[in-house]
Design a protein around this ligand. Structure first.
Ligand code: ATP
Length: 238
């Protein structure tokens, strides 16, 4: 039986005079992959950034495993079990692959746990193990995306927030990344996925929400949305 992990209610977020998110409600159960899809500027990244404490909600609530996140500082949100993989990957180019990964575990004190997580991360991403001593800035785009995902695994988070993991990557690499995202989910991590490639998002997630200029316009099971005329016309190029 699944239980509610994330419950976002009437969330509104503004940047000065601009209201980017206008009262959005959605949820995610433990073990799920849920997608937020929508055009550029619809407010998807703002929602993820607000969940992880990088932006502040103007109103509404974000409950994660029974805790209210809207007033919690970002580092406490990581400790609570949320790992954010930002848009554009943001690895530290002058640190090695391993040093980048270790930053993900900086909230952990026990060396044995850090070692265990590192081994698991290297099992998931053998390429990162091969390149552990290499500077992150010299990795390819796909490898940097793997590193960003690996760093999130190192936090030990129960929920991963993925912001456009396919961005700027060749289709064959995207396929690889999404295969790994599914593996990470099957191993027990829940995933909230933002993706401009709606087809990919709907193939990956069990449920999805369509965001249009700060509001949710359509929601449902991915299998239903793939058949929905509005979704097909506006987001699937049908
Ligand atoms: P994208 O895929 O382009 O990131 P998105 O759906 O994630 O799109 P957001 O990045 O959340 O959309 O942006 C939502 C709205 O908020 C847009 O109108 C954007 O211009 C505005 N916005 C985003 N970040 C800021 C900021 N730091 N300051 C002012 N306005 C912002």
């Amino acid at each position: 039986m699944s239980s509610r992990m994330l419950d976002v209610k009437d969330l509104a977020v503004s940047y000065g005079m601009i209201t980017a998110v206008k009262g959005v409600s959605f949820n995610l159960d433990e073990g799920e992959i849920v997608a937020l899809i929508g055009a550029n500027g619809a407010g998807k990244s703002t929602i993820l950034r607000t969940i992880s404490g990088l932006e502040r909600a103007k109103s509404g609530s974000i409950q994660f495993l029974g805790k209210e996140l809207t007033k919690m500082p970002a580092h406490k949100i990581v400790e609570a079990g949320i790992a954010h993989v930002p848009e554009g990957r943001r690895v530290f180019p002058r640190l090695t692959v391993k040093e980048n990964l270790m930053l993900g575990a900086n909230i952990v004190k026990e060396r044995s746990i850090i070692q265990q997580r590192l081994e698991r991360t290297y099992l998931t991403f053998p390429r990162l193990k091969e390149r552990q001593a290499q500077l992150a800035g010299t990795l390819s785009g796909g490898e940097q995306q793997m590193l960003a995902l690996g760093r999130a695994l190192m936090t030990g988070g129960k929920l991963m927030l993925l912001d456009e993991p396919s961005m700027g990557l060749a289709p064959i690499i995207v396929e690889d990344i999404f295969r790994i995202i599914k593996e990470i989910n099957e191993a027990g991590t829940s995933i909230l996925l933002i993706e401009q490639n709606a087809f990919l998002a709907l193939q990956t997630a069990s449920r999805a929400y369509v965001l249009e200029t700060g509001l949710i316009s359509i929601e449902g099971k991915s299998s239903d949305l793939l058949k929905d005329d509005r979704v097909r016309e506006s987001y699937l190029g049908a």
